[in-house]
Design a protein around this ligand. Structure first.
Ligand code: NAD
Ligand code: WQD
Length: 342
């Protein structure tokens, strides 16, 4: 079975992608330095797929370790590169950490695989669109000046990848621009494991509902949107994981559109924060304690994806709706309450 390197594979999206790669007949090989995840996720993945995935713990910013891994693992056919630092707020406080981690890990990987044919899937983000000029936003939309060092690392990484694919004949690359991944595997054995106070909406909602947080503060409801609340394209993390399998398959087949391509990975539906809260209350049967507070600096008001290209060319379409997203996120939070993973 074709071996796929999954960097960041014990992380939130990586762990779900390891499961879907296995289900699709691939052999995932995880590299992770556990800087933002727990090694216990390997046991959790094993409970789902029946085998513990191959795991190597090291920092991808260490070029010696990366070269050693590549030498000792010659049968890797593809790479899905999740490993990065991803907290927007932290990136503003500590930009050098983000530029160092996100660029050194990427460049070490590309340089290590310079001499062999490699299919490469990259975790990008809809954050590259900024506040889109039109909605739903498609892949032809202009990339806007990043509003955070984190967002800037994604924009520059896309440029590095496009130029690499066009300069060297051994790389075939797809960048996936994720919208807002939420939810958890239906088994409730894997899910999002935010360290400390969650920065993102969904873990804050579920931690509030289970009593770990006193209340959710909604950052503003006076925006120019259908109900005054910000609008997002929430996508179930399992659908997102399956998009990575589709990308690997497209690269293996040979992407007719060339050696570098970009795809939006969302549902194409925009839900407001209030609609997301209501959907959570319906799915969980829990009334959510929330208050409306001041806006959060840098928040995009409205963003949701045009997923036509992904549907037609990536041969992938999101299957799960907002109810499954909220229901699975709640089940995972309840699982964590009984089975803490640190
Ligand atoms: P995560 O933090 O759960 O997973 C990232 C994993 O990478 C962690 O397990 C961490 O330990 C590992 N890692 C980080 N730096 C490393 C290094 N130098 N060497 C080895 N391992 C390293 O994050 P996630 O939510 O699963 O996101 C995965 C990717 O998707 C990231 O690139 C992120 O920027 C991108 N992304 C995430 C979201 C989101 O909302 N979660 C949205 C868009 C894009
Ligand atoms: C969603 C909505 C908040 C928390 C970020 C990154 C993006 C990607 C996904 C990495 C917004 C509101 C949130 C809270 C709230 N990450 N909110 N109270 O900001 O859309 O995207 O995560 O790639 O790059 O920018 O996600 O979940 O933080 O916020 O009201 O406690 O929920 O204002 O409207 P966001 P989010």
């Amino acid at each position: 079975m074709s071996k796929i390197l999954v960097t960041g594979g014990t992380g939130y999206i990586g762990s779900h992608t390891v499961v879907e790669l296995h289900n699709a007949g691939y052999t995932p090989v995880i590299v992770d330095n556990l800087s933002n995840s727990s090694i216990k996720m390997l046991d959790q993945i094993e409970k789902i797929i029946g085998i513990k995935p191959e795991f190597h713990q090291f920092d991808l910013c260490d070029d010696t370790k990366v070269l050693e891994f590549v030498k000792n693992n010659p049968d890797i056919n593809g790479i899905i590169h999740f490993a990065a630092s991803k907290a927007v707020g932290e990136s503003v406080q500590n930009p050098l950490k983000y530029y160092h981690n996100n660029f050194f890990s990427l460049i070490n990987l590309l340089e290590a695989y310079r001499e062999k044919p490699i299919n490469f899937v990259f975790s990008s983000s809809c954050t590259v669109y900024g506040e889109p000029d039109y909605l739903p936003v498609d892949e032809a939309a202009p990339v806007k000046k990043a509003t955070s060092p984190y967002g800037n690392t994604k924009q520059i990484a896309e440029e590095i990848l496009e130029e690499t694919a066009n300069a060297y004949d051994n790389f075939n690359i797809i960048a996936l621009r994720y919208f807002n991944p939420v939810g958890a595997h239906e088994s409730a054995l894997i899910g999002e494991l935010p360290l400390g106070v969650p920065q993102n909406l969904l873990p804050f909602i579920t931690q509030t509902a289970i009593g770990k947080r006193d209340k959710l503060t909604v950052f503003g409801n006076d925006f120019d949107t259908k109900d005054g609340f910000c609008v997002r394209d929430f996508i179930h993390v399992v659908d997102l994981a399956k998009a990575h399998v589709a990308a690997i398959k497209l690269l293996e087949k040979g992407n007719p559109k060339g050696k570098y391509d970009v795809f939006n990975v969302g549902t194409g539906n925009g839900y407001s924060v209030l609609e997301a809260i209501k959907a959570f209350e319906e799915a969980s049967g829990q009334k959510l304690n929330y208050v409306v507070g001041p806006r959060r600096e840098g928040d995009i008001v409205k963003v949701y994806g045009d997923v036509t290209k992904s549907t037609n060319e990536l041969n992938w379409k999101a299957q799960l709706g907002i109810f499954e997203m909220m229901d699975s996120a709640w089940k995972w939070e309840k699982y964590l309450q009984e089975n803490p993973i640190d």
